[in-house]
Design a protein around this ligand. Structure first.
Ligand SMILES: NC(=O)C1=CN([C@@H]2O[C@H](COP(=O)(O)OP(=O)(O)OC[C@H]3O[C@@H](n4cnc5c(N)ncnc54)[C@H](O)[C@@H]3O)[C@@H](O)[C@H]2O)C=CC1
Ligand SMILES: CC(=O)C(=O)O
Ligand SMILES: [Mg+2]
Length: 371
């Protein structure tokens, strides 16, 4: 199979979908890898590194998309890329369809085969291609939150860990999954009094067992969230229902119960955001104020630390990419129920129910498109 790796063009997105070691594995399996010139530079890999691994460097991005039977990316295609997607072409990347109706419709119209990293799912319901980026984003959420609590950055002006004799900040983490636990670990490590809320009781029991003493758990409900708002300094949004639009746990009217300069970091923004007032921002211009509450809503947080993130991501995506390349998408998803969960749209048909529900569109079970 011919595999194409374009350079990411989202603002300040420096990750790349493959590292040179991945090229070696694909070429050893008999595949051809075309990578766009300088695609890996932001992650520390030169064109020469890729050439030595067996890839062909292409300067012309249109040519690359045209030739590739499978495109591997990091972020969802953006408008400039829509016309490049074509019928029957496999696109293996993060899509986050439920947050993006224009993308959903463009992918349907193109007739391409969209396999989404974020919905590949193991039998234990974990999301193996989301986990490493959630680890990065969770850790970053606490450190970005700490920085934005500084007065010159727009926050209320509180040191997250306090000092002897002065109390630390109060951090609320909504969702105790991968992002949540990593955010809480770093926030608590810096000394913050941290509360994690979730609706999954076994998960709360587990977190109660393993987390530091300055982390407490609370069941996630509107009443419990409202109770904490006046005293909270930083809220990190980290909820997820796989493939679906995030629920709004903080509504606009709740902002008036917070102190001016409270910081909200909505990591769940890639699924639409879990605060009603969230809208996607970029690393270039990450924050904005609503009712004196500072919002940070960067949809590609790991893109800021590509030296870490590219390795973390490609470690987990490569085995699935090799299977798709070796078997073709239909056989690969028939053989692997994890990968089957990743198929969101094929030949113009949505096969992931929550994506269809987000926009009131029709969908069909996967079986109907593969047989
Ligand atoms: N902005 C960015 O750059 C990045 C965003 N993300 C996003 O972060 C979000 C969280 O991802 P993960 O932690 O990996 O998911 P996860 O599935 O590990 O955890 C989500 C948690 O939310 C909980 N939850 C669901 N509904 C809830 C509610 N009403 N109240 C409280 N908790 C609730 C679930 O029980 C689960 O424990 C996803 O939308 C993911 O795509 C992940 C990586 C990077
Ligand atoms: C998960 C995701 O959207 C990201 O890593 O950018
Ligand atoms: Mg998007």
């Amino acid at each position: 199979m011919i595999i194409g790796i374009p350079k990411e063009i989202k603002t300040h997105e420096n990750r790349v979908a493959i590292q040179p070691g991945g090229v070696v594995q694909l070429t050893r399996n008999g595949h051809d890898v075309f990578i766009q010139k300088s695609a890996g530079v932001g992650s520390g890999f030169s064109d020469k590194d890729y050439e030595q691994a067996g890839a062909t460097i292409l300067d012309d991005v249109e040519d690359l998309w045209q030739r590739a039977e499978m495109i591997m990316k990091v972020k969802e295609p953006i408008a400039e890329e829509y016309p490049r997607m074509r019928e029957g072409q496999i696109i293996f990347t993060y899509f986050h369809f439920a947050a993006d109706e224009a993308l959903t419709k463009a992918v349907m119209e193109s007739g391409c085969i969209a396999i989404a990293y974020e919905t590949v799912e193991k039998a234990d319901r974990s999301l193996p291609l989301l986990i490493p980026m959630s680890e990065v984003a969770g850790r970053m959420a606490a450190q970005e939150g700490a920085v934005y609590l500084e007065k010159p950055k727009g926050g209320l002006g509180k040191l997250i860990g306090g000092i002897p004799g002065v109390q630390p900040a109060n951090v609320l983490v909504l969702g105790g999954g991968v992002v949540g636990v990593n955010a809480a670990k770093v926030a608590a490590g810096m000394g913050a009094r941290t509360t994690i809320m979730d609706i999954n009781m076994p998960r709360l029991r587990y977190l109660d067992d393993v987390m530091e003493k300055n982390v407490t758990t609370m069941f996630s409900s509107e009443a419990n969230i409202r109770k904490l708002l006046p005293d909270v300094d930083l809220i990190i949004g980290a909820v997820l229902k796989p493939g679906a639009k995030a629920p709004h746990l903080i509504t606009r009217d709740m902002l008036k119960d917070m102190k001016p300069g409270t910081v909200l970091v909505d990591v769940a923004i890639d699924q639409g955001g879990c605060f009603e007032t969230s809208k996607p921002t970029t690393h270039k211009d990450p924050v904005y104020l609503v009712d004196d509450v500072l919002h940070y809503c960067v949809a590609n947080m790991p893109g800021a630390v590509p030296f870490t993130s590219t390795l973390g991501l490609t470690n987990v995506t490569l085995p699935y990419a090799v299977d798709i390349a070796n078997m073709g998408w239909k056989k690969a998803i028939q053989k692997d129920p994890e990968l089957l969960k990743g198929l969101n749209i094929a030949n113009g048909t949505i096969v992931y129910e929550d994506v269809a529900k987000a926009f009131d569109l029709d969908w069909k079970p996967v079986d109907e498109v593969i047989n």
